[in-house]
Write a protein that binds this ligand. Sequence first.
Ligand code: SF4
Ligand code: SF4
Length: 125
Amino acid sequence: MGLKLLTEVLSNVFKRASTIEYPKQPSLALKEHRGQQYADLSKCVGCSLCAVECPSNAITMASLPVKLKHNPRSIYPVIDYGKCIFCYRCVDVCPVKAYVITNYFEIASDRPGNSSELSLNTIPK
Ligand code: SF4
Ligand code: SF4
């Protein structure tokens, strides 16, 4: 038993590590990984359906800072990534396919904790 264990230990000493030194080395997400999503405001019509359907109440509707013809109520969805469970129900129910999906997963970072900035950057100039 002792010899078997020693052989096992020694054989592993010279093998490459199976793990990576994250975050020193990047950990790449799969292409299909459900990461941070946000509404493209050049498409969103402010219907609130995504907020109504969200199972974890992660979406609140906020006022748009500008008037957009296709969004008569001047509101847009803001996702709280701390509450989101990334089920993508919001993405699926949106009638105008306004959601931009990404595989970004590093939520514990210095990026904003909600989707507001990402969405506001999509307002047509
Ligand atoms: S992915 Fe799911 S939990 Fe997250 S905001 Fe959309 S509906 Fe809500
Ligand atoms: S469901 Fe789509 S169109 Fe409606 S508020 Fe959400 S993102 Fe905008």
